[in-house]
Write a protein that binds this ligand. Structure first.
Ligand SMILES: *Cc1c(COP(=O)(O)O)cnc(C)c1O
Length: 400
């Protein structure tokens, strides 16, 4: 199969995999082995120890690498430039390990809370890295924030929870020109909606826990690059640091990937319907959704996030209730189909209160600056009936 020109709907199911040459098994078996027998010292079939190589992990890594647009061959990199980790944060931590103490990083200001904590409470101290947070949804701030010692630009888009959109085309081009590594956390969009490598990014990161796995049953992370030299560095660090994804979780992720395209279509369709409806509700002060014309970067989102050439806003909605903290609590407690839980991107709908839950580790002053207030609520719209989801929200709004 020529994997470079197949449609994403086919790639999620087939890319990087072929039936087992020995048994014909259509699905890559779960190789639950830590080690591999050698015929003679150093004479083996390419597999020595599962931290370094595992066929099930390779299958997942190759598939996600192709989905993100890496065209590396097996000779250039054994897993086509895709690398799987024990969690999204393990993937980010390993990427940071490729840097050197003293390096400066420009990062999006509105980041996933755990990424923010890793940057500012761990790696600043343990690796002497320096982070500058800027609003990368404003293209002009990037040049101003870059210093001679800047080695990495870290973008998250759409962001969590404010759903800010960065112009990946502009950032990719700027970093290319300056020779600065740029990496995008693509968790919220998934490769079905946006492929940062196409815009000149060096690497893409995912919390595979979210849309990639898609069933809220496993934790994992991913890095993908389309460049052979960076792939070699990532492979070295993946093996040296050792925060790898297990064979069984690799199997779950690969299984989740098969429905990614079909799930993303449904997430986007339902989220757009609900966002439009929420915007018309008197108890809702504001709705943030990239697919709405009212979104501050709607134009950019329309250009960057697409399915089959059509704009697609993703499955996440952020809303602000016209109420107070107790009204918000009543809203959250009244929902029946939406489960009140951290995380996102699963088939089931979830609701989250960032100020108390996912973003509690972000300094209150920073939360204020970003607009993460007590009445801000984040929805992860699942693939249930959109009508049922709307009724659920309607009932909860009535309680406010
Ligand atoms: C969840 C998440 C992470 C962290 O991933 P884990 O798998 O929880 O370690 C990073 N970035 C974003 C945008 C996320 O949503």
């Amino acid at each position: 199969m020529n994997e470079s020109n197949i449609h994403v709907d086919t790639a999620v199911i087939h890319a990087g995999q072929s039936p087992c040459p020995i048994t014909g098994a259509v699905i890559p078996p779960v190789y639950l082995t830590s080690t591999y027998a050698q015929q003679s010292p150093g004479v083996h079939q390419g597999f020595e120890y599962t931290r370094s190589h595992n066929p099930t992990r390779y299958a997942f890594e190759r598939c996600i690498a192709r989905l993100e647009g890496s065209t590396l061959s097996e000779e250039e990199d054994a897993s086509y430039g895709g690398f799987a980790f024990a969690s999204g944060l393990a993937a980010i931590a390993t990427l940071l390990d490729t840097l050197t103490a003293g390096d400066h990083i420009v990062a999006m200001d509105d980041l996933y809370g755990g990424t923010h904590r890793l940057f500012n409470q761990v790696r600043t101290r343990s690796a002497n890295l320096e982070f500058t947070a800027v609003d990368l949804s404003r293209p002009e701030v990037l040049e101003e924030a870059i210093r001679p010692e800047t080695k990495l630009v870290w973008v998250e888009s759409p962001t969590n929870p404010m759903l800010k959109i960065a112009d990946l085309q502009h950032i990719g081009a700027t970093c290319r020109e300056r020779g600065i590594l740029c990496v995008c956390d693509n968790t919220f969009a998934s490769p079905v909606l946006q492929r940062p490598l196409e815009f000149g990014f060096d690497a893409v990161m995912h919390s595979a826990t979210k849309y990639i796995g898609g069933h809220s049953d496993a934790i994992g992370g991913v890095l993908v690059t389309g460049q052979a030299d960076l792939a070699e560095r990532l492979r070295f660090h993946q093996n040296s640091v050792g925060a790898i994804l297990s064979p069984f979780d690799s199997f779950l992720m690969l299984r989740g990937l098969k429905t990614l395209a079909i799930r993303m279509r449904r997430h986007c369709e339902s989220a757009l319907k609900l966002a439009r409806w929420l915007e018309s509700q008197p108890k809702v002060k504001s709705v943030v959704y990239p697919g709405l014309a009212s979104h501050p970067q709607h134009e950019v989102a329309t250009r960057i996030m697409q399915i089959d050439g059509q704009p697609a806003g993703g499955g996440m909605i952020t809303l602000v209730l016209d109420s107070d903290i107790s009204g918000c609590r009543r809203f959250l407690e009244s929902l029946g189909i939406f489960s009140l839980a951290e995380s996102l991107g699963g088939v089931e709908s979830l609701v989250n209160h960032p100020a108390i839950m996912t973003h509690a580790s972000v300094d209150p002053a920073m939360r204020d600056q970003l607009g993460i207030d007590d009445c801000l609520i984040r929805l992860s719209v699942g693939i249930e009936s959109a009508e049922d989801l709307q009724s659920d929200l309607e009932k909860a709004l009535d309680s406010v």
